[in-house]
Design a protein around this ligand. Structure first.
Ligand code: SF4
Length: 228
């Protein structure tokens, strides 16, 4: 029996021990996906009501698409001032959040481009408006590159930007492809320039000092060591 099979067998027992970090890495890197999935399902049924599954309903909202960054993979953005640039009003964005509330959603992920015209007050006003109008909706907003863009446009530090946005009602900062904070794992962030990636990681590190929650995007590469 391989090590990952031993770990899974133990996890499938009546009183399984807590997984160690080393065991979790082995499962992540080596276990057969279907075997791992089956044990996870069995464990969930042991712990929770077997026929109940919970999940979160959220909505992605792109408030605007004017951007100066030019990521190679991005067909969403438009250069500032060009045809097709849009910026939604607070009311338009709120209407989209209302549609989320109508289906009992609980979180938005809101991102746009790096817009050189927008001052931090615009973002603060939007966050306050959404927070007051939709108090039960979590606001996960912007990305490290947007935070850096706001800091550049407004002449502020990224810490000051994050603190002001958090005070205005922002609950979380999505990773934007740089969630892993692992140097040898290439970020999927803008233009793939190392300095930009480093800056993104620094911003995420600062954001994590302001909050005790974290998110990881799957599918961006990395193994058990990086994830854990
Ligand atoms: S920063 Fe965002 S909006 Fe701008 S080009 Fe990159 S992915 Fe697109």
């Amino acid at each position: 029996m391989t090590r990952w099979q031993e770990i899974l067998e133990l996890q499938n027992s009546k009183n399984p021990p807590r997984l160690s970090e080393e065991e979790a890495v082995i499962l992540y890197d080596e276990a057969d996906f279907n075997a791992l999935r089956q044990v996870a399902l069995d464990r969930r049924r042991m712990i929770n009501a077997p026929d109940e599954v919970t999940y979160l309903i959220d909505r992605n909202i792109n408030y605007g698409n004017s951007c100066t960054i030019n990521c190679q993979f991005c067909s969403f953005y438009r250069p500032p001032g060009s045809k097709g640039v849009y910026l939604q009003s607070n009311e338009q964005i709120s209407a989209r959040v209302r549609e989320l509330e109508d289906i009992e959603g609980s979180r938005i992920l809101m991102q746009g481009g790096v817009d050189p015209e927008l001052q931090i007050e615009w973002y603060e006003e939007l966050l306050r408006y959404l927070h007051e109008t939709h108090p039960t909706i979590d606001l996960d907003c912007f990305s490290p590159i947007e935070i850096e863009g706001i800091a550049d446009v407004c002449g502020l530090s990224t810490l000051a930007v994050l603190e002001r946005l958090q005070s205005a009602g922002m609950h979380g900062l999505p990773g934007g492809g740089a969630e892993m904070l692992v140097d040898d794992l290439e970020a999927m962030g803008p233009v793939r320039i190392s300095e930009v990636e480093t800056a993104q990681k620094e911003i995420l590190s600062i954001a994590r000092r302001l909050s005790d929650a974290g998110e990881i995007m799957l599918g961006g590469g990395g193994g058990g060591d990086e994830f854990l």
